[in-house]
Design a protein around this ligand. Sequence first.
Ligand code: ZN
Ligand code: ZN
Length: 276
Amino acid sequence: MIVRCWGARGGIAVSGTRFDRFGGDTCCIEVRDSDGRVLIIDAGTGIRRLGKRLVDEGVPDCDLFFTHFHWDHLMGLPFFRAPHHFAVRINGDPLPGVTTEEVLNNVVSPPYFPVPFAEFSKGMEFCPFEGSGHFGNIAVTAVPLSHPGGGSGYRFEENGKSFVFLTDNELSYQHDGGLTLDGYAEFAKNADLLVHDAEYLPEEYPAHRQWGHSHWLEAVDLAEKAGVRALGLFHHGASRYDGEVAEIVESCRSEIRDRELRMDCFAMAADVVIRL
Ligand SMILES: [Zn+2]
Ligand SMILES: [Zn+2]
């Protein structure tokens, strides 16, 4: 299984030389199974470049999953060229009470976008996903996020390797439908890679309580409790320059050393590739 990050930024896309290292595009992750089948999580601005790559490669189809529909996870969709070239299956309805098709129909249409949804969505297929299923060689399992309005996190498993993706997830506050820290630790248990929301510094968190995000120390707590092999920090704040993200990574590594854990830690960034 290969995990490739096309955007790790949260909130809004950013640009400029102070964001070169970790990238400015918002949330988009590609997962490939051992036969090359493509799964995608979220359609932040990173999905634009991914779509171009998939079209250039000539892949036959792909499966897209959404965590939720806040703009930073959705705003790249109108510029995702893939549905004009091959089948894109959109799996599941991560929010209670509304279908993914309804949500997309509302925003990817005039006056927000010049092309009507019926035309834009040719090539898209909306498929039910009841919380678990197989996509190629990968077993996918969903879990509710602790986030305003809800959402889904995911676990991907192939050949005994596992990748858990939990972004926009607040570990110190249980939003409606969300789990406790222990619940997420059980979901992420023994994962080879956990990618988790680490938007805040611990000292920033009190001013942002209930906003739906975690600080890096909580991400380390979860990674330790779950016994994961590697922790990828995600959802970097839009005003967080490269040097500041690097400082968060160093703080995490220092904490991991102090706790005598055997765990890698790094920041997810545009174009980072992890082979599991
Ligand atoms: Zn977000
Ligand atoms: Zn969100």
